[in-house]
Design a protein around this ligand. Sequence first.
Ligand code: FUL
Length: 504
Amino acid sequence: MMTYRAGDADDVRSHGHRRQELAPEPFGPVPSSRQLAWHELELYGFLHFTVNTFTDREWGYGDESPNLFDPSDFSANQIVETAGQAGMAGLILTGKHHDGFCLWPSRYTDHSVRRSPWRRGEGDIVREISDACAAGGLRFGVYLSPWDRNHADYGRPEYLRYFRNQLEELTSEYGDLFEVWFDGANGGDGYYGGARETRRIDRRTYYDWENTWEIVRRNQPNAVMFSDAGPDIRWVGNEDGIAGDPCWATVTRRGLFPGVDEEAFRTYAAAEMVDAWASPRDLLNQGDPNGEEWLPAECDVSIRPGWFYHTAEDGAVRSADNLFDLYLKSVGRGGSLLLNLPPDRRGRIHETDVDSLRGFRARVDRLFAHELATADPQAPAAVTATSTRGDDPLFGAANLIDGDRDSYWASDEPQADVVLDFGREVDFTTVSLREAIGLGQRVREYAIDVDRGGWKEIARGRSIGSRRLVHGERRRTRRIRLRITESAAPAVLRELGVYLDAGA
Ligand code: FUL
């Protein structure tokens, strides 16, 4: 084995090379490169916008006239700037919601902006938002509702061709997408080209998902796809923006289908003798540490009670503190936060929402305002571990505080402690942990202690995954200890951050 000497490998590339050579074997399911990139985004926005905005409904029936869609002062820039200032890394727009009205001039239907008075039928909301995102440095994604209450063929095989044609348009004509969102709500009554009846589909077979997903893979190999069952990211099982605690990134997809299917789940649960989750929603919320696929959770929630804008809800916009709490319960538990901002009838994000978002951003900034381990470059905290892979500094605990997302501390034992010694008393409120998830989710239980003239445990939890924020009251200590008390394979962590929340 090679012996490492500090300074041997100043060249980052050779560090990377040696690290790869000597790295621990991955454990269990691991994220794809598109999933890894998605994990870095953490916070992004949803835009629900269609004829519903003008009819005051949540689910349009499908018989709405395109004439209704006429935002008086649409501004993609105002929407994208608002999202960017809130710290959002991207935006996902409802290209078509259940009512079937298309925000882009699809070649395959007239039920679109082409028939609207807005921009005299020459406008394209998808284009304007995607362009504004590109200009503003945000990623762009699309929501395309599989259920279409307008289309005459919905429920018949012919509709699948229409749906795929639209997916082809959206994934090939609007630049790079980071995410494609498939809603689980499916089938029921609707206009259906004038039939006005109830149509049911078999959620497991109707969309031939495996082949439908192929369109996205071919056109957008880097985009992740969302549904209740993946294939890349999963629904978190509620629309409250709250991940389970624990929340594992792994799950077994058998038994899950886009459109939560209780019956299919029960069959699966009985066969697998799974009794830990009462319903598919529980399984989606918490994941499964023994799951066979990497399928992390996305927490979707609206800033208002509804997904679409309603004037009557102007007084019910989530406060900055409420959004901050959701951030801790989603991003802070290893999921992503997909926060819906519904454009109003002008085609802008309402002032009240803008205010809340501004407050929310300021709140998150305050949380991370004082980083304690490396804030003083003259006197960084000393970090030591009870176990380090091959006793090699390449995998040393110092990597936990170096701010480098590629370097990590690797333990040689399933149980190991890390101590961060600040060399002076510090006040802190928050600990940020990240596993190096490229090697799998390994930690099963951890605890955090402070030094009160003897170690005192202040927090204990199970999953870490891509991120765990442990946020609590202000405490004073000279040293912090992280104990990995149980791990399915020796722990591999990339970050141990300690912060004093300036807002506490
Ligand atoms: C649900 C839909 O039915 C809602 O209208 C909304 O789009 C939400 C994000 O997903 O299933």
